[in-house]
Design a binder for this molecule. Structure first.
Ligand code: ZN
Length: 65
């Protein structure tokens, strides 16, 4: 049974998830949100998260928010 209701694509992992947070018009799933919070700056994953988040801010600025 396929139920895609309330599923939104996470901008970090690009999976479609139900639970998560919205940042401006974008969505970050619960899993990635926790990872971002728990990721140390020295962590290899950190640059990826920062890049994805940067894209959110850049997109929102382009929209003139
Ligand atoms: Zn995610």
């Amino acid at each position: 049974m396929q139920d895609t209701r309330d599923r939104i694509r996470c901008i970090v992992c690009e999976e479609e998830r139900v639970k998560g947070i919205r940042v401006l018009d974008e969505f970050i799933c619960e899993t990635c949100e926790k990872e971002i919070v728990n990721t140390e700056v020295e962590d290899q994953k950190y640059p990826h998260f920062v890049l994805q988040l940067r894209n959110i801010w850049l997109n929102s600025q382009r929209r003139g928010l």
